[in-house]
Design a protein around this ligand. Structure first.
Ligand code: BES
Ligand code: ZN
Length: 620
């Protein structure tokens, strides 16, 4: 008996789940889902079966055929990373029914009360399951080694609608008796009459392609949509101005899908819809299949929104078709996707933009090396994550070192050969979950002699940046870096030098400035270019980070405002870290603590956890 994933209780000797059937009753008044799940296994199983759960109350475990109870135990305490181990005992069963409820603190779920939404009339709830939060929505073998098809019945108030990363089958009234097969009598209240109460509707979904549990996703709220392409709608809270802006921002999506298909093979997921979430969404984007989830901060009317879409779209091939077996091989998802994203961007936005992105990534990779100088394990592509929480070790390394590795192979064998290789790789492993060794073996088989030309072991197992990684050459990039270097000599760029800069140019400029500067010079830069007021959060946050590390207190009000209006961790992390890191930061630490206490409720639980671990690490 051995675990197959350091982040899951799943046992290698147990059959994996192949199908899950869910019935979910949403109780917004208590931020709880009362639910049941029927898990079907790849083969009949006798004896204990290990499942992952977190913050779930298990009411009963049953044989789905006979509805007779089956023995189960739930570990009495939480593993700090994996959650609670649920063991159900089967006797040659190939399926099991679990009746359960989520809790308001379920880590995948953010429940927004009406005042926390834009229209302020209705509540909103959505999931973020990657990396290991699906287990807080339903019990499962929460490892990407498992691939499941699923069905879901979602019971919600009639004023709301539901979307899922799955095919929408129906919206209809509840049917009396339909919850029986889901063990409705196991609740200590009358589930059936809640299910069928006036004013409730059922939305049915089906996902008939096998996906890892982290790609399970839904959102429920007062949703609207706009058509933006033949297979794309953009959904958001039903606010005309948001929907219109989103539709404009993502008008080029179909063109990107076509380019993706040309490069990587058919788009296999039928629809590519987009869902714009409230500002508290903790990521830029999440590649939920058929329906990508996005932060509203990407809607700003320049090229960068399309870039996030290009990235999440690229996951349709790399990540969703081919999936990392566990988080230790996360680079197979994100490194490949970063490479694929840049290939799409290169076609639709031009080579200059793509090279600039590589430059920004290169810079980020070098910063991560500095951040992890006392924790070299995190600088490897393939990492040992035993005892580590994926949300804590999240970094640019799998993205940018992974990108560099693939780019290195492309340089070695030439683009046409590499393009062919990638297409074959995707066709070979689609709908499979694989590890780094599988990739390397496939590479060596298909590119004979590659191991003599590139030190594959150094790239995948070694620490730091290999000597044959490559800093991109771009005149725009070099110009920006040299302007940033001149800042040290007291120079601020002239208007004509920055006349056609977009957000990304400013971002790169700010990131290349010294970590801290004279407060007066920071003020002078902002007086000229109003970076602290930028609508582009990338620019604003990069500037505010510089302001904090330069102890430029004039901006602390703006820092507070920013931390209270967005919950994207890409912005929360650097701002909170800048506030609490280093000696003699008493005032900043007090500020960080107060702002977090006031803003905590508006953050997604994953973001709450990440800020708390930043505080713990810095003794706040
Ligand atoms: N899959 C990731 C988001 C993620 C990673 C969620 C790990 C949970 C755990 C997504 O594809 C991603 O990388 N998003 C980026 C966008 C980007 C690189 C353009 C983000 O959110 O910043
Ligand atoms: Zn990604």
């Amino acid at each position: 008996m051995a675990p197959i994933d350091p982040h899951s209780f799943t046992e290698s000797t147990h059959p994996l789940t192949t199908h899950i059937s869910l019935s979910l009753y949403f109780d917004f008044s208590s931020s709880t889902i009362h639910a049941a799940a029927i898990l079907t296994l790849a083969s009949p199983h006798a004896g204990p079966l290990s499942l992952d759960t977190r913050s779930l109350t298990i009411h009963q475990v049953l044989d789905p055929q006979t509805l007779t109870p089956l023995p189960f135990t739930l570990s009495p305490t939480d593993d700090p990373i994996k959650g609670r181990h649920l063991i159900v005992t089967l006797s040659d069963h190939s399926s099991v029914l679990i009746v359960f409820s989520t809790s308001p603190s379920s880590s995948a779920l953010q429940w927004l009360s009406p005042p926390q939404t834009f229209n302020k009339l209705h509540p909103f709830v959505y999931t973020q399951c990657q990396a290991i939060h699906a287990r807080s929505v339903f019990p499962c073998q929460d490892t990407p080694a498992a691939r499941v098809r699923y069905k879901a019945l979602i019971n919600i108030p009639r004023q709301l609608s539901a979307v899922m990363a799955a095919r929408h089958e129906d919206r209809r009234p509840p049917v009396a008796g339909e919850t029986k097969a889901f063990g409705s009598s196991c609740f200590d209240f009358d589930y059936e009459s809640l299910w069928c109460a006036d004013g409730r509707v059922v939305e049915e979904f089906e996902m008939n392609q096998p996906v890892p549990p982290y790609l399970f996703a839904f959102a429920v709220g007062e949703l609207g949509f706009r058509e933006v392409g033949p297979r794309t709608r953009v959904y958001a809270e039903s606010v005309p101005s948001i929907l219109d802006a989103a539709a404009r921002e993502f008008a080029g999506t179909e063109e990107m899908i076509r380019q993706g298909e040309r490069l990587f093979g058919d788009y296999d997921w039928e629809r590519f819809d987009l869902l714009v979430l409230p500002p508290s969404f903790p990521y830029g984007g999440m590649e939920n299949p058929r329906m990508v989830f996005l932060t509203p901060t990407v809607i700003k009317g320049d090229a960068s929104g399309a870039q996030v879409v290009a990235h999440e779209l690229a996951h349709s091939w790399t990540g969703n078709l081919i999936t990392n077996k566990n988080n230790e091989h996360f680079w197979l998802n994100e490194g490949f996707t970063t490479y694929a994203e840049r290939r799409i961007v290169e076609v639709v936005q031009g080579e200059d933009r793509a090279v600039l992105n590589i430059g920004i990534g290169w810079r980020g990779l070098n910063e991560e090396m500095e951040r992890f100088k006392d924790n070299l394990e995190c600088t490897k592509l393939k990492t040992n994550q035993e005892g580590l929480d994926p949300d804590d070790v999240y970094s640019q390394v799998p993205y940018e070192k992974g990108f560099q590795f693939l780019w290195r192979i492309e340089r070695q064998i030439g683009r046409p050969a590499f393009d062919e290789f990638i297409k074959k790789y995707i066709a070979t492993f689609k709908f499979k979950s694989i590890d780094t060794e599988t990739f390397l073996n496939f590479l060596k088989e298909n590119v004979p002699g590659i191991e003599k030309q590139i030190d594959l072991e150094l790239w995948t197992e070694g620490t730091g940046i290999p000597p044959d990684a490559y800093e991109p050459v771009s005149s725009l990039y070099s110009k920006i870096v040299s302007l940033a270097n001149e800042f040290k000599l007291g120079k601020i760029p002239k208007e004509d030098e920055v006349a056609d800069w977009q957000g990304q140019e400013w971002e790169l400029y700010l990131e290349n400035l010294p970590k801290s500067a004279e407060a007066s010079q920071v003020l002078a830069l902002d007086e000229r270019y109003r970076l602290s007021e930028s609508k582009d959060y990338e620019v604003k946050v990069a500037f505010l980070q510089l302001a904090i590390s330069s102890s430029c207190k004039d901006y602390y009000g703006e820092v507070e405002k920013t931390l209270k209006e967005v919950g994207r961790m890409k912005y929360l992390r650097p701002l909170y870290i800048a506030l609490v890191q280093g000696a003699g930061k008493d005032e900043e630490k007090i500020l960080a603590k107060r702002v977090f206490a006031e803003a905590r409720d508006s953050y997604h639980p994953i973001a709450q956890g990440v800020v708390e671990s930043i505080f713990a690490k810095h003794g706040v």
